[in-house]
Design a protein around this ligand. Structure first.
Ligand SMILES: [Zn+2]
Ligand SMILES: [Zn+2]
Length: 405
């Protein structure tokens, strides 16, 4: 057995302790005060100093999230820390945020505050703390720097961006980055990855339409915002069908739509909220150019006005050469590694992988057919967390040795 795997077995109880604590105390969004404080404290006890990356959220973004119906989130508590020194530098990413949903699985460490770690980010944080423990004990043997990234707001699609904007990829400059996501409906202990595009890009358009409310018997005195919403709905769906290559995937959906309260009132306002997930860069560029045009023209055609907010998360891109370098290091820990099609979901590791060569992989923590991620009954096989910690540590350790200067 590889030495680093033996190290991981020794820290397994700490990984589980961290996971249970985080699971029982979930926080959502960007302002993860208690979670970040816990991680900071755990790192400090290992002799690792961490630094906050993020701070106040830019005002325009704060307004966007308010517009989208999130609570007011004005601060991001991302953390970064380094082990070793100098160049080269490899970044290991974990996300820390939970979902605004209560879990129904009957776990002894279930959360009771109405939020839930139904995307497994508690285990990502615990696995990276485990990797930190392993790597700190081997700091003298490291041939460069390991940068630990504990991000907020992955479920908001841009928590990683705050840290990238705040300079986490610099000083020392990051040369490669990896991230692991657990999957409850993937066979326990297997690793899946894909080359090139590894997750969908997601572009969200939220439109609030201002019409002019009136009595339904006097439509000539008003501007009907529901007519406008209806026209946007139809035109947007038609555009996807008529203007994108049928061989390319566009998962388009209008998930929030409507307005009004009474049968005899033409309402004052309406709203339409839509998102498009794409994999092909040209298709994405066309869709995100055309949807605002369709919205603008439809509203103007019927004499309304509107406010629009957009959010975008790029695709995660797996660098094929980096995958080839990492695969032997992953296989030293976990033999069952499979190359698969990219996932339909979105992952904000995309903001890291668009700047530096990256590899995103999934670690099976259940079995096919089990309750999937984001399901209130989702449970994870905890025996795989030591593998995740060991993969992080082994990839970092060996990749630095391979590229030492
Ligand atoms: Zn998720
Ligand atoms: Zn997730």
């Amino acid at each position: 057995m590889k030495e680093i795997m033996k190290d991981a077995l020794k820290v397994e109880d700490k990984i589980l302790e961290d996971r249970h604590h985080l699971h029982q105390n979930p926080e959502v969004g960007f302002n993860l005060r208690a979670t970040s404080a816990y991680v900071k404290d755990r790192l400090a006890k290992m002799g690792i100093e961490s630094k906050e990356y993020g701070g106040p959220i830019p005002e325009d973004l704060r307004q966007k999230f308010l517009f989208a119906g999130f609570p007011d989130m004005n601060y991001s508590t991302g953390l970064a820390a380094t082990i070793g020194q100098g160049s080269p530098c490899i970044l290991l990413r974990a996300d820390m945020d939970a979902l605004p949903m209560a879990e129904t699985a009957d776990l002894p460490f279930a959360a009771k505050n109405g939020f839930g770690h139904m995307c497994g980010h508690d285990s990502h944080t615990a696995m990276l703390l485990g990797a930190a423990r392993i790597l700190k004990a081997r700091e003298g043997e490291l041939r460069g720097t390991v940068k630990l990234m504990f991000q907020t707001g992955e479920e908001c699609g841009c928590g990683s961006k705050f840290m990238v904007d705040a300079g986490i990829l610099e000083d020392p400059k990051v040369d490669a980055a990896i991230a692991i996501h657990v999957m409850a409906d993937q066979e326990a202990g297997t690793i899946h990855f894909s080359r090139g595009i590894a997750s969908a890009a997601m572009d969200t358009f939220m439109v609030k339409i201002q019409g002019k409310g009136t009595h339904s018997s006097q439509p000539q005195n008003g501007i009907d915002p529901l007519t406008i919403a209806n026209q946007i709905y139809t035109a947007a769906n038609l555009m996807i069908g008529r203007e994108t290559d049928p061989k390319e995937t566009v998962a388009f959906g209008i998930g929030k739509f409507g307005g009004g309260n009474a049968v005899n009132v033409i309402p004052d306002t309406s709203e339409v909220m839509m998102a498009a997930r794409t994999f092909n860069r040209e298709v994405r560029a066309h869709v995100i150019k055309r949807l605002p045009e369709i919205i603008d023209h439809s509203v103007k055609m019927w004499r309304g006005t509107y406010d629009m907010m957009t959010f975008s998360t790029p695709s995660t891109y797996n660098d094929s050469d980096l995958c080839d370098e990492m695969l032997p290091f992953i296989r030293e820990i976990c033999q069952e590694v499979e190359e698969v099609d990219c996932m339909a979901g979105t992952e904000d590791f995309g903001y890291v992988s668009e700047k530096v060569p990256g590899m995103f992989m999934t670690l099976g923590a259940g079995k096919p057919g089990a309750y999937p991620m984001h399901n209130p009954n989702m449970v994870l096989d905890e025996s795989v967390f030591k593998l995740g910690a060991a993969i992080h540590a082994n990839c970092a350790f060996e990749w630095l040795r391979m590229h030492q200067k």
